[in-house]
Design a binder for this molecule. Structure first.
Ligand code: FES
Length: 279
């Protein structure tokens, strides 16, 4: 059992939780994740660790209400306990001195990219952040990222803040202007990460992506999170979730992400009906 000690709404349907989890905080590295379960029969969902404080024994996760479990979690308050919290899982990313690093994130990807940007900055890198969201009010972790970045570049789908359009347009313009970066990391929706990799490949910039493959057990046993990297099968939960973006088969990943869409929608529908007293 892990106690929620703080909860803060960051944007509509997006909430930050601080959870007391001393051993996870002690061992966490940027890029790792936890697996959470709310009830004995509940599904296991992977959530990236957005921050950790070893002294306080606290980890931070940021959750968007997109399905049954995340909607259920939204009703939890400080003082409530999460039944199971497993982690830290995954391999994390390599933190070393590259020089200038472009951190490209979209939507909720800003939260998981933050500990990476912070650690890369602490390792002596210059951080240039490219952050995208649907609207100005849906930016998350932009202040935290600004605190560790030399430059912030914003984009919104509706043009309410920064560039009107994709964050990848901004990245492309930046690179086409002749400015250089030595390394890129990208976290966000699969089409965004795929687009980032297409751009950085043209400019020969090594790029690490964080894949949000569907996970079930999180231990390398079920095969649910299978991805193809350099023609080889890898499991996101134990081999990743960070991979060389230029080697990932994004088309296969996109297809696999659609596998359970119908079941997810049905499960969410049942949950919404229960909350509304229909079932
Ligand atoms: S989640 Fe089952 S193998 Fe990775």
């Amino acid at each position: 059992m892990a106690e929620i000690i703080a909860k803060r709404r960051l944007a509509p349907q997006i909430t930050l939780y601080e959870i007391s989890a001393a051993r996870i905080a002690q061992n966490a590295r940027p890029g790792q994740f936890v697996i959470l379960r709310l009830s004995e029969q509940g599904e296991r969902i992977p959530l990236t660790i957005a921050d950790f404080d070893r002294e306080r024994g606290v980890i931070t996760i940021v959750v968007q209400e997109v399905g049954k479990t995340t909607m259920e979690l939204a009703r939890y308050e400080p003082g409530d306990h999460i039944l199971d919290l497993l982690g830290p899982c995954g391999t994390g990313i390599e933190i070393k001195q590259y020089g200038r690093v472009a951190c490209v994130c979209g939507g909720l990807g800003a939260a998981p990219i933050y500990p990476k940007a912070k650690a890369l900055r602490a390792a002596g890198n210059e951080i240039i952040t490219f952050i995208g969201a649907q609207t100005a009010e849906r930016f998350v972790f932009s202040e935290e990222l600004a605190a560790v970045s030399s430059e912030m570049h914003y984009a919104t789908d509706d043009g309410s803040y920064g560039h009107h359009g994709f964050v990848t347009d901004v990245l492309r313009k930046y690179l086409e202007s002749g400015r250089t970066v030595d390394k890129a990391i990208a976290v966000g929706p699969v089409p965004m990460m795929k687009a980032v990799c297409e751009i950085t490949k043209q400019f020969d910039i090594p790029t690490t992506v964080s894949l949000n493959a569907i996970m079930v057990d999180g231990t390398g046993m079920c095969g649910g999170c299978r991805v193809t990297v350099v023609g080889e099968i890898k499991f996101s939960c134990i081999d990743g979730p960070s991979f060389d973006g230029h080697q990932v088969d994004f088309d296969e990943l996109t297809m696999r992400q659609r596998f359970y869409r119908q079941q997810e929608q049905e499960s969410m529908q049942r949950h919404v009906c229960r909350l509304g007293g229909i079932e």
